[in-house]
Design a protein around this ligand. Structure first.
Ligand SMILES: C[S@@+](CC[C@H](N)C(=O)[O-])C[C@H]1O[C@@H](n2cnc3c(N)ncnc32)[C@H](O)[C@@H]1O
Length: 337
């Protein structure tokens, strides 16, 4: 069986055994990964099918994604993985091959992970998971399993490649599905942690997005929201582009966002980190050779975007979904779930 066929088979098997109700989206997942679904899919699948299966690999996930493996031909592996360019989220270390991605996602992980509670036994939903980088790091931090959803098929194929190299045993616990949040079946509040990082500002209706996230979260569960925020606390609705991005609908003021989340049935809502993005954290590399963040800033004043808005800063907000009392009223949530 080819690696791409195996990826699909394993993804569906792991998904339906963990979340039987999600078998309703099985056909959607299969269709989106068919060669006919995207012009580049045949090339991506060919790359996946050309990957080696490393011998005696040891996977380190706590401090980084590092696969210690003997590669017969690192140059060939590099070339194959380059078929999946651009690599935006990472980095990944695979033997002697270092996928130096556009984003130092490990820096965001460091800012977030120190605020996460005990993850042992927890099932996590990562909305807008990209290529599944944070899923690996969540497993390294003790999460039982991670389901990522992301409609960008290239990122799903990158995840398929990394999963193939990482081996089936661990990959069964970190899935990336070619779905958007809106495709995900709702009903049983199946997740102890729901994350949405880098998605809210792309949503035209932010309240709908937040409500959808909460629909997947167990009472008492943790919501992790990471998004662009303004320095002055006032919502910014860009008229046109923001930092060259076409689809930014709102850059939030932190306090207003905290109030909104609280009004949707969450307690203990708090901003645990605010960081201004730098050209060290997001930049062009050999693995993402298009223009990157430095071209989004005003060359004469890097505190401004090229359109004259305040330069991007990102906040991490945590919240607990309140437990529902028997009479349907919201009650204070327990500390764990
Ligand atoms: C800016 S990236 C953030 C990736 C990653 N979460 C991070 O923080 O680095 C936004 C991601 O959200 C995905 N996305 C956009 N709309 C989505 C939706 N409705 N449901 C799920 N993912 C979505 C995009 O494909 C993209 O990979």
């Amino acid at each position: 069986m080819t690696a791409s066929a195996r990826f699909l088979e394993q993804t569906l098997a792991s998904l339906t055994s963990a979340l039987p109700r999600w078998s309703s989206v099985q056909e959607l997942i299969e269709n989106r990964l068919q060669p006919s679904h995207h012009g580049d899919m045949p090339r991506w699948r060919k790359a996946l099918d050309a990957l080696p299966t490393p011998d005696a690999a040891r996977l380190e996930l706590e401090d980084a994604f590092r696969l210690e493996a003997q590669l017969n031909n690192p140059a060939a592996l590099r070339q194959t993985l380059m078929e999946l360019h651009p690599w935006r989220k990472g980095p990944f270390h695979i033997g002697d091959v270092h996928i130096d991605t556009e984003w130092r996602s490990d820096w965001k992980w460091q800012r977030l992970s120190k605020h996460l509670p005990e993850l042992a036994g927890k099932r996590v939903l990562d909305v807008g998971s990209g290529n599944g980088y944070y899923g690996w790091r969540l497993l390294g931090a003790g999460a039982a399993s991670v389901i990522g959803v992301d409609p960008t098929l290239l990122f799903v194929m990158q995840h398929a490649a990394i999963s193939h190299l990482a081996g089936e045993e661990l990959s069964a616990h970190n899935l990336v599905l070619p779905l958007s949040l809106e495709d995900a079946p709702v009903g049983d509040e199946e997740f102890g942690v729901v994350m949405s990082m880098g998605v809210l500002y792309h949503r035209r209706n932010q309240q709908d997005h937040l409500q959808s996230l909460l629909q997947h979260l167990q009472p008492g569960g943790l919501l992790v929201l990471e998004t662009l925020v303004t320095p002055d606390g006032v919502d910014l609705i860009p008229d046109g582009r923001y930092a060259r991005m076409r689809n930014v609908w709102c850059v939030n003021g932190v306090q207003g966002l905290i109030r909104t989340i609280g009004s949707l049935g969450c307690s203990d809502v708090r901003c645990v980190d605010t960081t201004v993005t730098t050209t060290d954290e997001q930049r062009s590399t050999d693995w993402m050779h298009f223009e990157s963040f430095e071209h989004c800033l005003d060359a004469s004043d890097p505190s401004r975007t090229i359109e004259g808005h305040p330069a991007p800063r990102r906040a991490i907000i945590l919240a607990r979904k309140q437990a529902r009392a028997k009479d349907g009223q919201l009650a204070e949530s327990p500390e764990t779930s």
